[in-house]
Ligand binder design. Sequence first.
Ligand SMILES: [Zn+2]
Length: 59
Amino acid sequence: MAQKKSSTCPTCMGKGVIEGVCETSPEWDGAANEQSDGGRICTPDDKCPTCKGTGKVEG
Ligand SMILES: [Zn+2]
């Protein structure tokens, strides 16, 4: 009765990617000042390390 089923990855919620997030740092001036917009810095979308981009994990 061993049933292999996959479930939605909890890390990416089944999307397979970790969406980039934008953060605002009030004191962000220096390193990436050229790319920051008024102290805002964003990270790009990245493939989910938990499900490796499939959106499913074996449970
Ligand atoms: Zn995932």
